[in-house]
Design a binder for this molecule. Structure first.
Ligand SMILES: *Cc1c(COP(=O)(O)O)cnc(C)c1O
Length: 351
């Protein structure tokens, strides 16, 4: 039987994506070749790249000025690359947890960084409001804090161009006010595909402000000019991402994904609030719809709960080592039924 996979990343993808992806390893498009042995310059693979890029534009309804790239290095290289390509005089940053802290650390290697808001004072359990970003080239934020379980419900209010690490909630809902973004980057392995490729959505009009000599592999302009094929791209992760985007499109796009994700989050948070054994870790209004973090008041029940989860076929529910407790990641491909199984285990814990 399939597990109920609440893993934070790499994470669950749709079953039909796994099936199609496995078929392509043996015989891709009836070519009698594996997708793993084909030239990235071949017609079929160029078509995969172009289809994946255009599906991103279509699913997110991106204005035509945006360029879509599938690169490597993970969001962790995105921390540095975003600063390298956009930081001319100063970058404004919001610190909402582990990943933002890392983004700030990398940006400091590039230039001046101003941390304009932080929730570190309360162990990153809330999203700072009413941010005054001041004078800067851009405002950087992390839309969903995968580890702490908080999420921006709308983008920060600022006139500065936005740069966002959307690794763990991209494609989970529509992006409002998309034209405010100079750059969005996201590691694929949370809602899009397997590990190995990183999505960049770039406004090219905002590039070229820094005068620095950027290494070619880290230069977004170079990748744009080569249609995301400057060097051998990670063909297979891009192909699987393409399949996931096709699945998302066939299932009502990001609007319907938002409805499904809201229903799942409400089901789980309602039980956390109803059940006296459990409590949520973060400010209610800032709760993430992707990663719910929660704990048990009675530490003696922890192992019992984990054992019951395992017996029910639940995977990946243990909290991040830096936060403790439990974390239920409910990405796009996780069905509502899996959340119901988890809620039933929570309900029956005191029997
Ligand atoms: C997982 C994650 C990262 C790290 O991504 P890598 O692709 O492993 O570098 C960065 N930011 C956020 C918000 C994440 O969830």
């Amino acid at each position: 039987m399939r597990k109920h996979n609440f893993s934070a990343g790499p994470c669950i993808l749709p079953q039909e994506v796994f099936k199609k992806a496995s078929e392509a390893v043996l015989n891709f498009n009836n070519s009698n070749l594996s997708i793993l042995e084909m030239s990235h310059r071949s017609k079929d693979i160029v078509a995969v790249m172009e289809n994946a890029r255009s599906l991103v534009k279509e699913v997110l309804n991106l204005p035509s000025k945006y360029e879509v790239l599938f690169l490597q290095g993970g969001a962790s290289l995105g921390f540095y690359m975003s600063a390298l390509n956009f930081l001319e005089k100063k970058g404004a940053y919001i610190n909402t947890g582990t990943w933002s802290t890392k983004a700030i650390k990398e940006a400091k290697k590039v230039g001046d960084v101003n941390v304009v808001a932080s929730s570190e004072d309360k162990k990153f359990t809330y999203i700072p409001k009413n941010i005054e970003a001041g004078d800067a080239d851009f405002l950087h934020f992390t839309s969903n804090n995968t580890i702490y379980g908080t999420q921006f419900k709308s983008e920060p209010n600022t006139s500065l161009p936005l740069i966002c690490d959307m690794s763990s909630d991209i494609f989970s809902k529509p992006i409002n006010n998309i034209e405010k973004y100079a750059l969005i980057y996201a590691g694929a392995q949370k809602n899009l595909g397997p590990a190995g490729t990183t999505l960049y959505i770039v406004d090219p009009e905002k590039l070229g402000m820094t005068k620095r000599d950027i290494p070619s592999m880290l230069n977004l302009q170079v990748h744009i000019s080569k249609d995301s094929m400057f060097n051998t791209p990670p063909v297979y992760p891009i192909y699987v991402s393409m399949l996931t985007l096709e699945w998302l499109k066939e299932n009502g796009g990001v609007e319907k994904a938002k409805q499904r994700n809201t229903a799942k989050a409400e089901l789980l948070y309602n039980e956390i609030d109803r059940n006296n054994l459990f409590y949520g870790f973060v400010n209610k209004e800032d709760r993430s719809h992707m990663n719910a973090t929660f704990g048990l008041h009675n530490a003696d029940l922890k192992q019992i709960f984990l054992d019951k989860c395992e017996a029910a076929g639940i995977n990946g529910i243990k909290g991040h080592r830096s936060v403790g407790g439990f974390r239920a990641s409910m990405y796009n491909a996780l069905p509502l039924e899996s959340v119901q199984v988890l809620v039933d285990v929570m309900k029956n814990l005191d029997n």
